[in-house]
Design a protein around this ligand. Sequence first.
Ligand code: FDA
Length: 390
Amino acid sequence: MAEYDAIILGAGAAGMMCAAIAGQRGRRVLLVDHADAPGKKILISGGGRCNFTNIHTAADRYLSANPHFAKSALGRYTAQDFIALVDRYGIAWHEKTLGQLFCDGSAKQIVAMLLEECAAGNVTMMLGQSVEDVTHGDGRYRVTTGGQTHMVPALVLATGGPSIPKMGASGFAYDVARHFGLSIVQPRPALVPFTLGGEDALFQSLSGVSAEVEVRWNKARFREAALFTHRGLSGPAMLQISSYWQHRTAIQVDFLPDRKPDWLLDEKRARPRTGLRRTLTDVLPERLVDALLERIGTQGELGSLTDKQLRQAGERLKGWPFTPSGTEGYAKAEVTVGGIATAGLSSRTMEAAKMPGLYAIGEAVDVTGWLGGYNFQWAWASGWSAGQAL
Ligand code: FDA
């Protein structure tokens, strides 16, 4: 049976990067995945075009119990490094918005590139194989997969988080980490649509309506599009804030992010004969204006409304509270917040302090990026860092 220096569990974004780097450094690497094809989340990402990085990558765009943990890896393997790799393969790309880089063609190009990088490192890949057992003794990890047991000095957990279980996602990395005495920061679905209940459920009639808003929760704020759905709230602004949101709390939505709170008073002075509805439909979709005004209960020409009424309406439109009943859960979550606690890992190599030779990378770790290519950049950077250390 072949001898390996390292086994990497999970042939996703982080696992493939790690395998390629370690392999190209001369390590004999076995990359194992229970799926029948590698990089399935890469293939569906960014609507099939893979938002593979973000040029504004910085540690403050990641959630983690230790906000400093991601700095080292993100600094050692940057967005520019990944762009250089993509360029080396002649993969055309463009910036869509907010520093988000997408393939012009297809996410398949990113998977093909990573597979070629793995081949250049003579990585052995075992697909469609579930991992039956992982134990440790005499300084070696014993991994049983496909009926064979391999003994290796290094084991990398790269099986991601439980988001989108129907694609083979699992909490496997957490189970193995716990088994070896590592702690887990309570995982929860993130970058996930909200559901609305109670009185807010009435907003579901706005399904399909979107608007650029600023959404706030505690100190987190995002200015992007929000979308009403038949179940609640989605769109980039809502997905972003969902990563921060705690159950039974309200998010605040500013429907007029470009307007001052007393904007309606200025409008009254300038155009007293214009209706409030007409004034608002100049900046917001009609269906949304009707729903908001119905709840505010103020209608009529601006000149016929008191300053107090207009000030109150303006304030409500700039700080509309929604208390989601929940989220659409792991089934619809792009990522998982929480995971293997960074306190037990080296930020330089991703190796567990308590278990020499055990590494955790990618989404399995308690580092979660904003929407917009940040999560792949973490997968590349943490995979690269471990790959350099194996
Ligand atoms: P990843 O999930 O990629 O890989 C884990 C691998 O482990 C999988 O191949 C899986 O089959 C395997 N595995 C799981 N359990 C196992 C077990 N028990 N045994 C063996 N193998 C096992 N991010 C971004 O930056 N830009 C984007 O455009 C998008 N878009 C996007 C769209 C959608 C729909 C989703 C669901 C997610 C995104 N993301 C994203 C997030 C991104 O996909 C995610 O952060 C990375 O794929 C994480 O990389 P990992 O390698 O850690 O896990």
